[in-house]
Design a binder for this molecule. Structure first.
Ligand code: AP5
Ligand code: MG
Length: 210
């Protein structure tokens, strides 16, 4: 969990590799549905572009389907879900059915000016969802994804006015969801400032201590 642009995706990719379990990013799933022009994609495109949250019932169905797949049987890293109080209940129900618990919740933290700087410089790959930053994590060849060769783009929701709305929604909707995990003693708040490697080491030592 954490504000838009705090580094959830960047760190979840590292955790996926380290733990050998799939990285389930609801943002990536939704963006790929939009690119494919599927019924789900057509339904959620305006929400994504405008930085609004997709309705909880749509997200519930999406996460139930994704976690029901075979590759999720041995565990998974969730990135971007749950992000509202009702989504916490949905996840509880899905995990109850699967007979697995939430083991740990990582909340990454950074100041808003750092977030704005990160999102302004972010470039993403529409082919494989790789994430870059013009200053802190540039691709080897300017404008081109080093992993799959597609041309890099800016996300429509990284426009400054949209970022402000996303930050507001985070404070209003997602912090109360994080509070539930704090009350359950599952939440670890991690400083998200520093190099991606430094942040990852903090997460890793938190996970190995629990
Ligand atoms: P989603 O894709 O989840 O977006 P988000 O939460 O706004 O988060 P971001 O992906 O923007 O940031 P991030 O924390 O992953 O940061 P990143 O690693 O890229 O969701 C998008 C939309 O989908 C939502 O707005 C909503 O419409 C919908 N949606 C998704 N899930 C939903 C749900 N559960 N319910 C309802 N709607 C939902 O890093 C950002 C930049 O910083 C990159 O350029 C990166 O290279 C750089 N960076 C990362 N770490 C560092 C570091 N340590 N130092 C310097 N730079 C860094
Ligand atoms: Mg992300």
């Amino acid at each position: 969990m954490g504000m838009p642009g705090v580094g959830k995706g960047t760190q979840a990719v590292r955790l996926e590799e380290c733990l050998q379990v799939p990285h389930v990013s609801t943002g990536d799933i939704l963006r790929s549905a939009v690119r494919a022009g599927s019924a789900l994609g057509r339904r959620v495109k305006d929400c994504l572009d405008g930085g609004d949250l997709v309705p909880d019932d749509v997200m519930g169905e999406l996460i139930g389907d994704r976690l029901g797949r075979d590759d999720a049987r041995a565990g998974f890293v969730l990135d971007g879900f749950p992000r509202t109080r009702p989504q916490v209940d949905t996840l509880d129900r899905v995990l109850d059915r699967m007979g697995v618990p939430v083991e740990r919740v990582i909340l990454l933290r950074a100041e808003e000016d750092e977030i704005v700087r990160r999102l302004a410089g972010r470039r993403v790959c529409p082919g494989c969802d790789a994430v870059y930053h013009l200053e802190t994590n540039p691709p080897i060849s300017a404008g081109v994804c080093g992993r799959c060769g597609s041309a890099l783009v800016q996300r429509p929701d990284d426009a400054e006015t949209v970022v402000r709305d996303r930050l507001r929604l985070y404070r209003e909707q997602t912090l109360p969801a994080a509070d539930v995990y704090r009350e359950r003693g599952l939440l670890a708040e991690i400083d998200g400032v520093g190099t991606p490697v430094e942040v990852f080491e903090r997460i890793r030592s938190e996970l190995s201590a629990s």
